[in-house]
Design a protein around this ligand. Sequence first.
Ligand SMILES: [Zn+2]
Ligand SMILES: [Zn+2]
Length: 410
Amino acid sequence: MSVTIKFLGGAEKVGSLGMLLETWGKRLLFDYGLTPTDPPEYPLPAPRVDRVFLTHAHVDHSGMIPWLCGHKDAIVHTVPPTIDVSLLLAEDSNKICGIEGYPQPYDKHDIAQAEMNFRPLRYGQTKRVGDIDVIPRSAGHIPGAAMYEIHGEEVMLFTGDINTTPTRLVEGAEPVRCDVLFMESTYAGREHPPREKVEYDFLAKVEEVVDRGGKVIAPAFAVGRTQEILLLLRGQGYDVWVDGMGKTITGIYQGYGGYVRDVRKLSKAMGEAKKVRGPKGRKMAMKGEVIVTTSGMLDGGPVLQYVEALKDDPKSAILLTGYQVEGTNGRLLMDTGTLDISGVREKIKMEVDFYDLSAHAGHKELVEFARETGAERVVLMHGDNREALAEDISDFAEVYLPRNGEVLRL
Ligand SMILES: [Zn+2]
Ligand SMILES: [Zn+2]
């Protein structure tokens, strides 16, 4: 079969993913993201492509889409909620880049071009490019996350980020039969504790902190995690406040009920929580019990204002629920008990705990998923410990661990 692939980024680690695939005279690009580190990391420049397929709205998959549309006039297919959320994130990151003084990879004209170049595609709907059929399937990662089934001479599957375990927000991904599997490896070599236990422990800690008169700060990503935590807190009777862009994103998801496991529950959860509006709202939220707010890794966002006010209160707690990437403020907090607040290193006397509410399949789920697709050849990507995964699927006909920039003929 004549298929060539080349990773423009994100092959060897989590971040700035982009995979070019050429077959039957067409060139397709799957995802084109950036890594929002300090400074940001970008993928290799993309050539002109026939079509782009975007798996989901997280910036490490979608962050460079406006550049692609503005500079290459690329046409981008993805599911409707992903269009709305990625445009919102693009506008936001353009603003943040402006503030922090990094060169901006795109401007508002590029974002406007992206808005014109997005083409909605529903789960299960076929997009034909030449003789190739591409079909999005639910990836179970966040609302609207898609994996792409690609029908050329053989059937291929590009997973983007996947989760096979159902969460409160979305159902788990079902394996798709294929010959060649391009699979993410974020949690290669690492397992998740049982979900129910993590949820139980999280709620028990919230109760403990509130009972002793402290406040719970739950730093959360706007996309996915804010909603998951609100669903977890639903009906528990706490005075919950939600701050940051998670409010707007939740509104978008409420408008696309079909992409959420139970949109009524999500609306109820959002309805129970009070929304923080402006500095005055933040003062009111400080009188509440639980504050769910961006950013998830404490690198800016309203969360730092709350933590600054509570940092000397050992009765209060910061409950982290997402992986804290090396080099972020959240990682600094976990490793040293200090945080960088407006350029000053502050000792945090609050309790700090971590709960693994990941939206990624763990190691054994990835192995199971790969087996259930029936694939003969597997290309591992988007992980810094792919070797661990390769070892556990070494009985497959071929397992590839390509490097960024390397051309692979399958
Ligand atoms: Zn993701
Ligand atoms: Zn990812």
